[in-house]
Design a protein around this ligand. Structure first.
Ligand SMILES: Nc1ncnc2c1ncn2[C@@H]1O[C@H](COP(=O)(O)OP(=O)(O)O)[C@@H](O)[C@H]1O
Ligand SMILES: CC(=O)N[C@@H](CCC(=O)OP(=O)(O)O)C(=O)O
Length: 302
């Protein structure tokens, strides 16, 4: 496709203005979590893949971690298996774990790999089982069921949290043309699979590689207050208050907690952004104000 002289001038201006941002992020690693709910529209998916390829082309190292909650839900419904969540985590019995592994590692992972390859990138799809690079341990959640006076520890099956990430395995991709696309499945020393919330995997991967940015793409404009206004910046103390009064709940809980943990562990910034906006990841990189909610490790009042 050739540009007319006028539009070529516009493109040249935009490219020239983007130089400081390119210089700032070249050589840096960005971890992008692509949520299952943000993967609904084909045009947006193709745009997302193109943006990832563009990042790699200008010297940024993108690492994609994907979800697939809705896709797992659809498959479970077809198989007449009920979906149940506690504190935003899927209760995962053995039959559900088989479906999770098939849908995340097989279907969703390869769809994203295919899209990035179609856009001209060299994507490689992996789960934490490959080279056992994500070690997992069983996760127990604290939950207060109806009628109970205090929260109690609940066993939700084959659900894990990240115990460790093999950084050398991921660093390999920084020095290659390959773009890793990670499905959130972990493994223990005995080879047992764990279903891990994709936000938690993205956060721990970002921590392990010392990422410049963690971007969590979702299907909402950012973290909202009770009136639906987007909170553009949040500190640790503000987050605690919003969880305590129920403003942040469900699927937003793991997002917030991994974003906080990542910035506390040295990731420069974490962002919860709207994956329904075309080119959301590029907007985050190429604008000073960014989009969605920025989570920082500042205390209230700082
Ligand atoms: N304070 C909040 N602001 C915005 N969304 C919230 C908030 N609290 C809970 N949510 C819910 O969290 C959802 C995002 O989490 P989730 O559905 O798990 O997304 P994803 O599939 O992208 O990981 C939103 O769609 C919304 O329903
Ligand atoms: C333990 C747990 O809840 N795992 C998630 C893994 C997928 C995921 O996180 O997908 P989204 O990012 O699209 O929500 C699940 O089974 O749905």
């Amino acid at each position: 496709m050739a540009f007319s002289r006028e539009s070529a001038l516009d493109v040249a201006k935009v490219l020239s203005e983007s130089l400081p941002y390119i210089q700032r992020f070249a050589g840096k690693t960005l971890v992008i979590k692509y949520g299952g709910n943000a993967m609904t529209d084909e045009t947006l998916q193709a745009g997302f893949a193109r943006d990832i390829v563009l990042m790699k082309a200008i010297g940024i190292n993108p690492i994609v971690v994907h979800g697939g909650g809705p896709q797992i839900g659809e498959m479970l419904a077809k198989l007449n298996i009920e979906s149940k969540f506690i504190n935003g985590m899927r209760v995962t019995d053995t039959a559900t774990m088989d479906v999770v592994e098939m849908v995340l590692g097989g279907q969703v992972n390869k769809e994203i790999v295919n899209l990035i390859c179609e856009a001209g990138g060299k994507a490689i799809g992996i789960t934490g089982k490959d080279s056992r690079f994500i070690k997992a341990k069983k996760l127990f959640v604290k939950h207060q069921a109806e009628g109970m006076t205090a929260p109690e520890q609940v066993d939700i099956g084959h659900v894990g949290e990240v115990a460790s990430v093999d950084t050398s395995f991921l660093k390999f991709f920084e020095n290659s043309d390959l773009i890793p696309v990670i499905a959130p499945i972990g493994v223990d020393d005995e080879g047992n699979s764990y279903n891990i919330n994709a936000d938690l995997v993205a956060g721990k991967v970002a921590e392990a590689v010392g990422a410049e940015k963690l971007m969590l793409l979702t299907n909402i404009s950012g973290v909202q207050d009770k009136q639906g206004n987007v909170l553009t910046g949040l500190s640790t103390a503000q987050v605690d208050a919003l969880i305590a009064d129920g403003t942040i709940y469900g699927g937003m809980l793991p997002k917030i907690s991994c974003a906080l943990s990542a910035v506390n562990a040295g990731v420069t910034s974490a962002h919860i952004i709207d994956g329904r906006v075309p080119h959301a990841t590029l907007l985050e990189i190429f604008t000073d104000t960014g989009v969605g909610t920025l989570i920082s490790n500042t205390k209230a009042g700082e």
